[in-house]
Design a protein around this ligand. Structure first.
Ligand SMILES: *Cc1c(COP(=O)(O)O)cnc(C)c1O
Length: 517
């Protein structure tokens, strides 16, 4: 039958046990080969009539060889994707407590609005007169982002958080260059997300790490020791990735500015403070907002996202093209440099940004209102504190509470059990949960970082807590072999994580004789 052998002879531990003659299905979860392994020449989901003209009429555009797509019927295609989707985990299935990623419920209203043909079917090159409503929506969203952050400007086009960081640092570099000030270093606390040092390095800066204090926050003395005339910016996350609010942030801003540097804030954790704290009041010069972490908008699996960057007065002139302005003729997109007082860094991407995400984010804001946003932030923080408080006697909390949006544990509670953070994460899969973030942030040993978000009910949190308590007790009772064998019930057992990172197989190739490799 279909080329099953390729899968069954995969390295031990990566495939499901297959009974004799069975393709690896188990219960109602079905094994699924690649579409290319299933495809057969001449099979198709549609029947097209024969070409009514000779190939010579195509002006030399006739295809020279096979197109190289798998031949599948429509039901085969539908089953293929449905089967694959059932091998995945999703926020729509259950709690997804991945820390730092803010995996939260996406209200269906937002999905409905994003699919309205007037938004979903737009083409970015349509005449402006036909997209006035879409431009107004971008303008309105920009307005509310500025209000919620108390910042005077926002660049809407960056496509994700990391892209927003790049945009923010490029505007800082442009502002420094315009002042004839070629600073070389960017300071990044140890607890930062990996994208922060990566962004600074891509911008050509030397990255210097600042150690975290014993309470998981930045220490003013450690910062000022490194500030100097060569420092372009500090990149700080607030609330930080230990789930803690940076209490000294006003003094930090003052010190950074006194040294002539800019204050970049990683705003990925804005969900914890939206409607309650305005970054503009904290002396921040630039901050990206992951619309996909704060204002619903589905993400996971690498996208889609949107990372608008709010900018201070000093950085606003360097904001990228294009941007929406409102004039007597209605809304228009400024596509070229040359507007008075504006020296744009260029473009971050081909067009104006992620329209579908803009629609969802504005719908989220408008349906919640200011009170609702503040309530969501409060509930997210409450949920994380509930988790921290109910687990602190059996798991080792890295810092005393209260925390903000995420509860951070380290692996001291697993000491001498033989069970690692990785084993614990895999056991959580067998218990029906997407694991927490693990081994990040780097400032604590064997980190386990949980962010329940405001989506989870009390019952759902209690269930997660009961599962974690049961696993912690099992580890301490010596069930190390059970942990090492996990996950037992997932579509795949343990993967070789080192090989996956060092030698990723990114391309499928048909093997000689038709067997997939
Ligand atoms: C998610 C995240 C980022 C990167 O955002 P992307 O949208 O994934 O590019 C940066 N910093 C922190 C703290 C994050 O959690």
């Amino acid at each position: 039958m279909l080329n099953r052998q390729g899968r069954e002879s995969a390295p031990t531990g990566t495939s499901r046990p297959a009974a004799a003659g069975m393709p690896g299905h188990r219960g109602l979860q079905l094994e699924e080969p690649l579409s290319f392994e299933q495809g057969q020449a001449g099979r198709s989901g549609v029947d097209l009539p024969p070409l009514p003209v000779g190939e010579d009429c195509l002006g030399g555009l006739a295809r020279q060889g096979e197109i190289g797509l798998p031949g599948l019927s429509e039901p085969q295609t539908v089953r293929h994707f449905v089967r694959l989707s059932r091998q995945n985990y999703a926020i729509d299935m259950g709690a997804y407590p991945l820390g730092s990623c803010t995996m939260k419920h996406n209200p269906r209203l937002n999905e409905k609005l994003a699919r309205l043909p007037g938004f979903a079917d737009l083409h970015p090159l349509q005449p402006l007169s036909t997209v006035q409503g879409a431009l107004e929506l971008i303008d309105r969203l920009a307005h509310w982002l500025k209000i919620l952050t108390n910042m005077p400007a926002v660049a809407m086009s960056p496509a994700a958080g990391a892209h927003g960081e790049l945009c923010g640092l490029m505007t800082i570099r442009a502002a420094l260059a315009a002042a004839g000030d070629a600073r070389q270093r960017v300071l990044v606390p140890e607890s930062a997300h990996g994208t922060n040092p990566a962004t600074a390095a891509i911008c050509g800066y030397q990255v210097e790490s600042i150690p975290a204090g014993p309470d998981g926050r930045i220490e003013l003395a450690a910062l000022t020791a490194r500030l100097g005339p060569d420092v372009a910016a500090l990149m700080l996350t607030n609330p930080n990735t230990c789930g803690l609010f940076e209490n000294e942030i006003l003094a930090v801003a003052e010190a950074v500015h006194a040294a002539g540097a800019y204050f970049y804030c990683d705003g990925a954790n804005f969900n914890a403070i939206v409607g309650r704290v305005r970054p503009g009041d904290l002396g921040i010069d630039a901050m990206h907002i992951n619309l996909h972490k704060t204002f619903s908008t589905p993400h996971g699996g690498g996208g889609p996202g949107a990372g608008p960057v709010v900018l201070s007065e000093r950085l606003a002139p360097f904001a990228p093209l294009p941007y929406v302005v409102h004039g007597p003729q209605g809304f228009r997109l400024v596509e070229q440099a040359g507007e008075p007082g504006h020296a744009p860094i260029g473009r971050m991407k081909s067009f104006h940004g992620q329209m579908g995400m803009f629609v969802r984010a504005l719908a989220y804001m408008m349906s919640h209102g200011a009170d609702g946003l503040a309530q969501a932030a409060g509930d997210a923080v409450l949920g994380a504190n509930y988790l921290l408080a109910r687990l602190s006697d059996v798991m080792s909390a890295s810092f005393p509470g209260p925390c903000m949006h995420e509860a951070l544990f380290d692996d001291r509670f697993l000491k001498d059990t033989g069970v690692t953070t990785l084993d614990f994460a895999k056991a959580l899969i067998d218990a029906g949960y997407h694991p927490m973030t693990m081994y990040f942030p780097l400032v604590v040993h064997g980190a386990l970082l949980f962010e329940p978000t405001e989506s989870e009910s009390r019952e759902s949190l209690d269930e997660l807590i009961a599962t974690l308590r049961r696993l912690a007790a099992a580890a301490q009772a010596g069930a190390v072999e059970d942990f090492r064998a996990a996950p037992r019930y997932a579509p795949r057992r343990r993967l070789d994580e080192t090989m996956a990172a060092r030698k990723p197989v990114l391309r499928w190739r048909p093997a000689q004789g038709g067997t997939a490799k």
